[in-house]
Design a protein around this ligand. Structure first.
Ligand SMILES: Cc1cc2nc3c(=O)[nH]c(=O)nc-3n(C[C@H](O)[C@H](O)[C@H](O)COP(=O)(O)O)c2cc1C
Length: 177
């Protein structure tokens, strides 16, 4: 089976829940590893057929140390990703040229602000030489700290299933010379 690596950042747990649903969707046709960004390898192996990265939208894009500090203050210091964020991981990551990739983010539905961590991550992956298999996808939370809007986990699972199907179609058929 083709292999997928899902790397996520999350403060209050909403993006983590979306990442877990994405794993469920991908796992219908792929072997999937899930890594919180602080525990993700910087060297992405050639054996990874699909790299999926996602994080919360902070200040119109990827989080920074300052925005993560704000989030930690709101969560009384207890956050899922207490170390580096996706921005720092993408800056350092060694990604195989031409790897299939996709990005996702969570965003607040109200107030609706411009910008998406998924779009920012997609730009960085494209510059690193990845081949985007899907448009960046946003999933909505109803307030600053969550919860996710109704139906978003199911939508994430279906998005991932369709992503896995796209990637399967792009991979070379096994056994061809
Ligand atoms: C410091 C900070 C800045 C934020 N900026 C934005 C923003 O620009 N646009 C937006 O839609 N949501 C913004 N949010 C809301 C986050 O997107 C929301 O907290 C996140 O989706 C929740 O995911 P998590 O539980 O995985 O951290 C911000 C949240 C924090 C804490």
């Amino acid at each position: 089976m083709p292999r997928a690596l899902v790397v996520y950042e999350s403060m209050f747990g909403n993006t983590e829940a979306v990442a877990e649903s994405i794993v469920e969707g991908l796992a219908t046709s792929m072997t999937v590893s899930l890594r919180e960004v602080g525990h993700a390898p910087y060297a992405v192996g050639d054996d990874v057929d699909l790299l999926v990265v996602g994080g919360p939208t902070h200040a119109f894009g990827l989080s920074r140390q300052t925005t993560r500090k704000d989030a930690a203050a709101k969560a009384a210091g207890v956050v899922v990703s207490g170390g580096p964020g996706l921005r720092e991981w993408l800056d350092r990551a060694d990604v195989p040229l031409g790897i299939q990739a996709a990005t996702f983010a969570t965003r607040a539905a109200h107030p609706r602000l411009p910008g998406s961590a998924a779009r920012a991550a997609a730009r960085r992956l494209r510059h690193a030489g990845a081949d985007l298999a899907s448009s960046p996808e946003d999933f909505w939370v109803t307030g600053m700290t969550g919860p996710l809007a109704t139906g978003e986990l199911e939508r994430a699972r279906r998005w991932a299933e369709s992503l896995a199907a796209t990637v399967a179609g792009r991979l070379e058929p096994v056994g061809q010379a």
